[in-house]
Design a protein around this ligand. Structure first.
Ligand code: SF4
Length: 230
C-alpha cells in the first residue's frame, strides 16, 4: 500500500526550485544551446499544468522541442497536444479543445498534466539517469496529487508508466505496461494507474493510437471517477 513519504512537505516544496534545476548536465547543456538559437523559447524545466485539486493526473514523457519546450506548458504548441486536449475537452476536463500558449485562458477541470522528465531531451529520449534524477520532482507532484484526493494517474507510454512506479516505490514487474491496462495501486483509497500509448505524432499518424483507443481509456477513467467503489 502506498503512503506519501513522511517528509512530503519538503518534497512538495522542492517543486518551487524546479525552474532553476540544472542537475542533468547533458540536458542543461542542450537547453542552453537551444536558448542561444531561440531566445524566445522557454528552454527550461516545464512545470505541471492544471487543477491543483485534480482527481486525474496525466503523466507524459518529456517536453517536445517546439511544444512545451517552446511555450512552457505541457503538451502545448505542437502535435502531441492535439489529441490530448481535444479528448480532455470532449470529456469535460478542459474548457477548450486546444492549448496554444501558456498565456491563453485554457483551464483544466479536475485534471492536471505533467511529464516524467521536466526538460527537453535530445531526440525525445531521456537516459535512465535523467529519469531517475527527475523522479524527485515527479514524486513530489504525486505526493501533492494523492494528498489532495487524486484518484487516477494516466501514464502516456512506458517511460511515464515506469517513472510513476519508481516515484511510488512499486516493483515494475507487478505492473506491466499495456495500452488500456488498469492497475490498482491502493485498494483502500481506490487510487489507480491507467496506461495508454503516448499521443505523439508518430503514434497517432501510424494509427498505433487512434482517437477511439484514446477515448476508450478516458471513458474508463471518467466512469471510475464517477463510481469510485466500482
Ligand atoms: S530533467 Fe529534471 S532533474 Fe534533470 S535538469 Fe531537468 S528538471 Fe532537473
Amino acid at each position: 500500500m502506498y503512503s506519501p513519504a513522511h517528509d512530503c512537505s519538503v518534497k512538495v516544496n522542492a517543486l518551487t526550485d524546479l525552474h532553476a534545476c540544472r542537475q542533468c548536465p547533458r540536458l542543461a547543456t542542450f537547453l542552453q544551446a537551444i536558448k542561444n538559437h531561440h531566445p524566445d523559447y522557454h528552454a527550461q524545466p516545464v512545470e505541471a499544468f492544471g487543477d491543483r485539486t485534480a482527481k486525474l493526473l496525466i503523466v507524459g514523457l518529456a517536453p517536445g522541442m517546439h511544444g512545451a519546450n517552446r511555450t512552457g506548458r505541457p503538451f502545448t504548441g505542437d502535435y502531441a497536444g492535439i489529441l490530448l486536449y481535444q479528448t480532455l475537452h470532449k470529456f469535460g476536463l478542459a474548457t477548450h479543445a486546444e492549448s496554444v500558449s501558456a498565456q491563453d485562458d485554457l483551464q483544466l477541470l479536475g485534471c492536471r498534466i505533467t511529464n516524467a522528465v521536466k526538460c527537453l531531451p535530445p531526440d525525445n529520449k531521456p537516459v535512465l539517469q535523467e529519469i531517475k534524477q527527475c523522479n524527485t520532482f515527479l514524486e513530489a507532484e504525486l505526493n501533492e496529487f494523492i494528498q489532495s484526493g487524486g484518484m487516477a494517474i494516466l501514464a502516456l507510454g512506458t517511460v511515464a508508466h515506469q517513472a510513476v512506479l519508481m516515484a511510488l516505490q512499486r516493483k515494475p514487474g507487478l505492473y506491466r505496461f499495456a495500452h488500456g491496462a488498469v492497475h490498482e495501486l491502493n485498494a483502500d483509497s481506490g487510487l489507480k494507474l491507467y496506461d495508454s500509448y503516448h499521443c505523439s505524432r508518430y503514434n497517432t499518424q501510424t494509427k498505433r493510437l487512434t482517437t477511439e483507443m484514446f477515448e476508450q481509456v478516458f471513458t474508463h477513467i471518467v466512469k471510475d471517477l464517477r463510481n469510485p467503489s466500482s
